[in-house]
Design a protein around this ligand. Structure first.
Ligand SMILES: Nc1ncnc2c1ncn2[C@@H]1O[C@H](COP(=O)(O)OP(=O)(O)OP(=O)(O)O)[C@@H](O)[C@H]1O
Length: 351
């Protein structure tokens, strides 16, 4: 097995009695993009800063490329970091900012110039090389920060909410640009966000955190399609969470009118159904079909978000409607639910 580029072993951080991060473990492989995702205050930045060396763990170990750097200062860690507010030096030009880490490494002058040119080329900033940060847009400043972090060719790139200072449209474009750049240089990357869509779009692996602890680690589709806890299900996108019961005839009973064949031990359960897993019946359905009534619906352009009622349950349904079917309140619909897209949730790690 190849060695992990980053190995976090049961790291923990306490401030007095307050536990900011507990028993956090993670292995990152070469070229992997891992995202720490969770609500404000869940410990994402503290974890990132323990990898960067700005926060010393109270317990556990941080290894980078096999070296124990738990108590090493940031400049001895082989990491490059992009801060939320970019942290550019206002009195230095773009190229001086990019060269900053190289100056510290006492690199030969010609090699330094080549490396800066390479970074300017990579981030398409050649034309701006003599500008100062205040003469750049937010997106350009972010690229300078990225170029500066990558210039020293670190083993790991660390990004702390890199898109949070940008407006929604720019955010989307830069997210795609940064993603393709990171993949092109194939650098192992750990980044922090509270934006679930951003995590799903960029990460190879997502670590969902709540109250200082890991709730679930998985690929974006594992986290979205098969969340283990209610916290993860509700944090990542819209979902229907329904108290249910599995009976001895192999059915999951969500309501007297909504029963699905299901393979699970008999007992009480909490079921999760994503809104897009509820579909209009076509008449040729293999999955069970249910009668539903439209409670309300909102047109989103590419689809409708509809609240439907089956028995005594109100459920969110996302999807398109053919022109002959109107999702107006009171309309009757036939819908199908694929039992394979229904997941049973367990209680959260931390309530
Ligand atoms: N130096 C400190 N002293 C005391 N408490 C701290 C310190 N730094 C962080 N904390 C606390 O630790 C918890 C985790 O903070 P952290 O910044 O890691 O959260 P976060 O998930 O990154 O949140 P956000 O998305 O708001 O940045 C918070 O409750 C925070 O108040």
């Amino acid at each position: 097995m190849t060695q992990s580029v980053v190995s976090l072993r049961n790291i923990r951080k306490t401030y007095g009695d307050y536990v900011a991060v507990e028993n956090f473990s993670l292995e990152m492989h070469h070229g992997e993009i891992v995202c720490l995702l969770g609500p404000s205050g869940c410990g994402k930045t503290t974890t990132l800063r323990m990898v960067a060396g700005f926060v010393e763990p109270t317990g556990g170990a941080v290894l980078i490329s096999g070296n124990d750097v738990t108590v090493a200062p940031p400049y001895r860690r082989d990491t490059g970091m992009v801060f939320q507010s970019y942290g550019l030096f206002p009195h230095m030009t773009v190229e001086q900012n990019i060269a900053f880490g190289l100056d510290n490494r006492k690199m030969e002058k010609a090699a330094k110039r080549r490396r800066v040119d390479e970074m300017l080329n990579l981030t398409e900033l050649e034309a701006m090389r003599r500008r100062y940060p205040k003469e750049l847009s937010g997106g350009q400043q972010q690229r300078v920060a990225l170029a500066r972090a990558l210039a020293v060719r670190p083993a790991v790139l660390l990004l702390d909410e890199p898109f949070s200072n940008l407006d929604a449209q720019l955010r989307l474009r830069l997210r795609e640009e940064m993603h393709s750049l990171i993949k092109r240089v194939n650098i192992t990357t750990l980044f922090v966000t509270h934006d679930q869509e951003e995590a799903l779009a960029i990460a190879d692996k997502i670590v969902v955190m709540s109250k200082g602890a890991v709730e679930q680690t998985g690929t974006p589709s594992e986290i979205y399609d098969a969340p283990k806890t209610r916290f993860v299900a509700e944090f990542i996108g819209a979902c229907n969470v329904v108290p249910a019961r599995t009976d001895s005839s192999g059915q999951l009973v969500l309501d007297a009118e909504l029963k699905l064949p299901f393979d699970a031990p008999v007992g009480d359960a909490v079921a999760m159904i994503r809104p897009e897993a509820i579909k209009l019946a076509t008449g040729l359905d293999k999955e069970p079909v249910f009668k539903a009534t439209v409670v309300s619906s909102s047109y989103l352009g590419y689809s409708y978000r509809t609240v439907i009622r089956i028995g005594s349950l109100n459920l969110l349904m996302d999807g398109r409607f053919p022109s002959e079917i109107s999702p107006a309140p009171g309309a009757s619909l036939s819908v199908t639910i694929d039992p394979r897209r229904v997941k049973i949730l367990r209680p959260s790690e931390k309530q």
